[in-house]
Design a protein around this ligand. Structure first.
Ligand code: TTP
Ligand code: MG
Length: 381
């Protein structure tokens, strides 16, 4: 036997803190993200199949589909297919094709990820997806985890107008498969003792990391379902896939995964971005509108017991280009006046360099925890 799997440990895999709680890991994935942002900014698109396109520029139609809303997906339009094919499939559907605008989606992503980081330990794995650890906040209580996830979904919808799908499970692999299980606007909670009954009926293609190549090999060997994968002799799996992949897949199929979240070491930055009431080049007016966010940011900072050394302001122009100006202090501080005055001065510089802004934001970084007295002391000295 290659692996010494202890199936009894499955239900109560404890977390990295060693406090004996069953882990509760969440995975959040925004639904049809780029296309949904386009819908938020132009709600009329909700009624049409909408396709976000990466034009290569060679001909009017050359390029690939970045993503599409669910109406367009009904016609077989999805990420990666040629735009020309999408146009053919949507010939009679009065579809809308919009060019990709990555900086715009980035702004939504950062706001959502920042607010997730305010609440949980987070491992961001893409522009629209992240793992988050619910263990501490819930004490390993899955009913509570389900409540927190519902609340999170409500908040993202209220604040950003976006739906997402969330999965919760005892580890990252199960959480990711759970978020994928019901889309869009899904919430799937896999209680630890339901892990195997959740996994076993699924196709092996659903296991994260199983791409077309691995899938083909597995199927050639008669392995279609996760149940089949879980029961396949480990030695044989290693022979057909190599040791590393075989170990990972065998464990994953049995609901086991000890990978900790690769969280940022503590919080490395905090930021807030707002959309201005109208585009303006009046830096005093921008500062006035940004002030509540600066206060809010300062409260977060204080609540987390953090000092900052660098303050930055972010400006997004009407053409959606993103710019920033920053200032680093001699020593870290948590002084509100220093934060507020720095932001005001930096905004004045930014606006005089750039002209009118559509959005403005503030960010603090080079954060030092007061709980970590030693590093603060080292820093000061
Ligand atoms: P995904 O989360 O894979 O896709 P999605 O959010 O569009 O759809 P789903 O509802 O299934 O989650 O990817 C996130 C974004 O990344 C997506 O909106 C567009 C971009 N993307 C590409 O540009 N090309 C690609 O091939 C894929 C897969 C995604
Ligand atoms: Mg997504």
């Amino acid at each position: 036997m290659l692996f010494n799997l202890s199936k009894t440990s499955l239900n109560y895999t404890t977390n990295a803190f060693g406090d004996g709680l069953p882990r509760a890991i969440g995975h959040l994935d925004l639904d049809y993200f780029f296309a949904q942002v386009e819908e938020v900014e132009n709600p009329a698109l909700k009624n049409s199949p909408t396709v976000v396109c990466v034009y290569s520029g060679r001909t009017e139609e050359s390029g690939v589909v970045s993503t599409a809303n669910y109406r367009a997906r009904e016609f077989g339009v999805k990420s990666g297919i040629p735009i020309s094919l999408a146009k053919r499939r949507l010939k009679d559907a009065e579809a809308v094709f919009v060019p990709i605008n990555q900086p715009k989606y980035q702004v939504y992503s950062e706001r959502i990820m920042d607010s997730l980081r305010d609440e949980f330990e987070v491992e961001q794995t893409g522009i629209d997806e992240a793992f988050f650890d619910l263990t501490r906040k819930t004490g390993g209580d899955y009913a509570k985890a389900q409540e927190l996830a519902s609340e999170l979904k409500r908040r993202i919808l209220l604040e950003e107008g976006l739906t997402c799908s969330i999965g919760i499970g005892p580890n990252k692999v199960v959480a990711k498969m759970a978020s994928d299980f019901k889309k869009p606007d899904g919430l799937t909670v896999v209680w630890p003792d339901q892990t195997l009954s959740f996994l076993f009926p699924l196709s092996v293609d659903k296991v994260p990391g199983v791409g077309p190549k691995t899938s083909k090999i597995l199927k050639e060997n008669g392995i279609e379902s996760i149940r089949g994968l879980a029961g396949y002799p480990a030695e044989n799996l290693e022979r057909i896939l190599g040791r590393k992949l075989a170990i990972y897949l065998h464990k994953a199929a049995n609901g086991q995964d000890d990978e900790p979240l690769a969280t940022e070491t503590g919080v490395s930055q905090l930021s807030r971005i707002i959309t201005l009431k109208t585009d303006t080049a009046d830096s005093t007016e921008i500062f006035t509108q940004l002030s509540p966010s600066i206060k809010d940011l300062h409260e977060r900072l204080t609540a987390k017991g953090l000092f900052f050394r660098t303050v930055a302001v972010i400006g997004i122009r009407p053409d959606l280009s993103i710019h920033s100006r920053s200032r680093s202090l001699e020593t870290p501080t948590n002084d509100y006046q220093v934060l507020s005055r720095s932001a005001r001065d930096l905004l004045a510089t930014l606006v005089s360099d750039l002209g009118g802004l559509r959005r403005a934001g503030v960010r603090v970084s080079d954060l030092v925890g007061v709980a970590n007295q030693q590093s603060l002391g080292e820093f000061m000295s």
